[in-house]
Write a protein that binds this ligand. Sequence first.
Ligand code: PHE
Length: 361
Amino acid sequence: MRDWSAEALAALEAGLLEQVAESNSSTALEAARVAILGRKGNLTAKLKGLSGLAPEQRKDAGRALNRLKQSVEAAIEARKGALADRELEKRLEAECIDVTLPPRKMNVGHLHPLPQAIEELVAIFGEMGFAWAEGPHVEDDFHNFSALNILPDHPARQEQDTFYLPPDAEGLQKVLRTHTSPVQIRTMLSQQPPIRIICPGRTFRSDHDATHSPMFHQVEALAIDEAIHMGHLKGTLVAFLRAYFGIDDLPVRFRPSYFPFTEPSAEVDVGCDRSGGRLTVGAGKDWLEILGSGMVHPRVLQNCGLDPERYQGFAFGMGIERIAMLKYGIPDLRPFFESDIRRMRHYGFLPLEVPSMVRGL
Ligand code: PHE
């Protein structure tokens, strides 16, 4: 039935070798190997056929078939190596990176000027020993006004300045805090002197033009102890303003003023130059008002349960947008809140780019 002649075996070998040679991928070669040498492979079947031969024929046929098997196995191994080389080459070609291509432009990024200004002033006051305090944006009349000695007929309470919330179940109308001074009250009510805090945060007033935004930021400072006087206020502010603007001899001037919650009160100006339509802090003969300050009013101390005969203190508050505008030379408020990257870039504030693994770095 089966042909064991030398010609038949040679034809079988040629066919198998051709099958191996025609396998064009590692997967195809593996399929061919199984078809030839696997359990149901045709060479395996042929080897099994040896047992049906007469003993004298089986010896020669067995030897020939074994040689044939070795030749096919060697061809498979050789083909395997060749295919692996070729596939590796293809992969290398596909994954090749042209190192001569120019790199993608990378934006380094920068903090927004407001958090940057806050970081800077927190660092300066932190070194002076002031702690960070916070309070709620929605305040009641007591903390925002009356504890600060702002009487019911004070213009700051009128609707054009203050955002009032709808009355609650008890008919009480809360407000969006109009300044950071309520944090003074909360701190004095909850801590015993000595107190030294700053409170940067959001404030809200019904006001909107190129230099006013209905939401803006202030930083308030409060120091209370047994022997605090105006010299401490002055020294702290001069040191802060010179450090913040980075000008060692920045002229600083105190002008008498009025705030319901401080007595005496002073407005603080820094030296500036307005020539040529440009405002420069530090140089020149002009003055620029920059913040409000004063010694905490005895009635405010009393409202917070502190004895004004024993404790005194100073407080000051300033707009963060304003000091950021002055430091970075940004002439109006809009770029702070518009999120227009082109404007920010114009003032040197690049957006932070999140590196994307898809696009590459
Ligand atoms: N709260 C004042 C304002 O909003 C600023 C200020 C704070 C003045 C503390 C004096 C003392 O204008």
